[in-house]
Design a protein around this ligand. Structure first.
Ligand SMILES: Cc1cc2nc3c(=O)[nH]c(=O)nc-3n(C[C@H](O)[C@H](O)[C@H](O)COP(=O)(O)OP(=O)(O)OC[C@H]3O[C@@H](n4cnc5c(N)ncnc54)[C@H](O)[C@@H]3O)c2cc1C
Length: 286
């Protein structure tokens, strides 16, 4: 509840937004898509800084190594982008398209989905398996950090006063890489019970790099490190994928979910990972 809210700012630039956030005379908070505002549990916020009019935060660009996504880019733009190609583009689009409804996707932003870091957020596992980097800005000065560090620390502790996420940088992967995204929920608009992202790189059938990350079934986005170890350096085949899937499901700390039991979701996860690994491996071989 925002009982003390008296000011609402619409900055037009990143520097202006950071200036408002740095104003110590009032308790200020940041919103982007605003879709999680009802969940805010800080009653003392007096001013909100809304990023929706900061046009320099809204873009999808490429260079030879990275896809650059402006923090304020609606996830619907990611889902509908015709420029997002290759394994990274495919994975980003697949996950973005599974977020909520069209109405929600028009508001939810690339960075808000990460910074909010809810258990049901679909993009963080994708950012993790793709090895994304988060560009943070405090006015003009900027720093770039691996998304894993950002997630491990949580945005509220990681970002300095008056600092915002400006961009997500996603590495581009070429031939030999296959990806997979899957979401398990009761309906297509429902929050995930399981969100799963996979990236595999293979050469002549041998898995060189495996990245598996989940959310929703865990309290925070989590890499399945033990399963990745099972896979790396091995020739890909159905038995190996089954073993890795079993390892992943048994090594995670499962979050309680009123919609289905832990055992049931664990079993579903194992099947999802096994099938996802096979699909990513097959794609990597094409
Ligand atoms: C009914 C409903 C269904 C949903 N379903 C899904 C779903 O299926 N999958 C899914 O992934 N999400 C879903 N969401 C969205 C998710 O729960 C969050 O609301 C959303 O990810 C937040 O993004 P936002 O852009 O609206 O950020 P906001 O709500 O505006 O902000 C969220 C947090 O991020 C911070 N923040 C935002 N932008 C920045 C920035 N640039 N720099 C630093 N901090 C920033 C804010 O300060 C705030 O703390 C759903 C939401 C609703 C309401």
């Amino acid at each position: 509840m925002l009982k003390k809210l008296t000011r609402f700012y619409y900055p037009k630039t990143i520097e202006e937004a950071c200036l408002h956030l740095g104003n110590r005379e009032q308790k200020t908070a940041l919103i982007a898509g605003g879709t999680s505002e009802v969940l805010r549990n800080d009653n003392n916020v007096e001013a909100l800084v809304d990023l929706t009019k900061v046009k320099e935060l809204c873009y999808i660009r490429h260079d030879s190594a990275y896809i650059h996504i402006g923090a304020g880019t609606p996830v619907q733009d990611i889902y509908k982008s015709k420029d997002l190609k290759g394994p990274s583009g495919e994975l980003l689009k697949a996950a973005a398209g599974k977020i909520g409804s069209t109405l929600l996707r028009n508001s939810i932003t690339a960075a808000g989905n990460l910074a909010g870091l809810f258990p049901w957020s679909d993009l963080p596992p994708v950012y993790m398996v793709l090895g994304a980097e988060v560009v943070c800005r405090k006015g003009k000065p900027k720093r770039t950090v691996p998304v894993q560090r950002f997630i491990d620390t949580r945005a509220s502790q990681f970002l300095a006063e008056a600092e915002i996420i400006a961009e997500i940088m996603v590495p581009i992967y070429g031939k030999g890489t296959g990806v997979h995204f899957a979401k398990f929920a009761k309906t297509s608009n429902d929050y995930a019970m399981i969100s799963l992202a996979i990236r595999l790189t293979q050469k002549s059938g041998r898995i060189e790099q495996a990245r598996i990350a989940v959310n929703a079934i865990t309290a925070t986005p989590t890499r399945c490190l033990e399963a990745e170890k099972v896979l790396e350096g091995q020739k890909g085949n159905a038995e190996l994928f089954a073993e890795a899937a079993k390892k992943a499901a048994s090594s995670l700390t499962i979050r309680r979910d009123i919609r289905a039991s832990n055992d049931y979701r664990k079993e579903v996860l194992e099947v999802m990972i096994r099938r996802g690994l096979q699909e990513a491996f097959d794609k990597a071989g094409k």
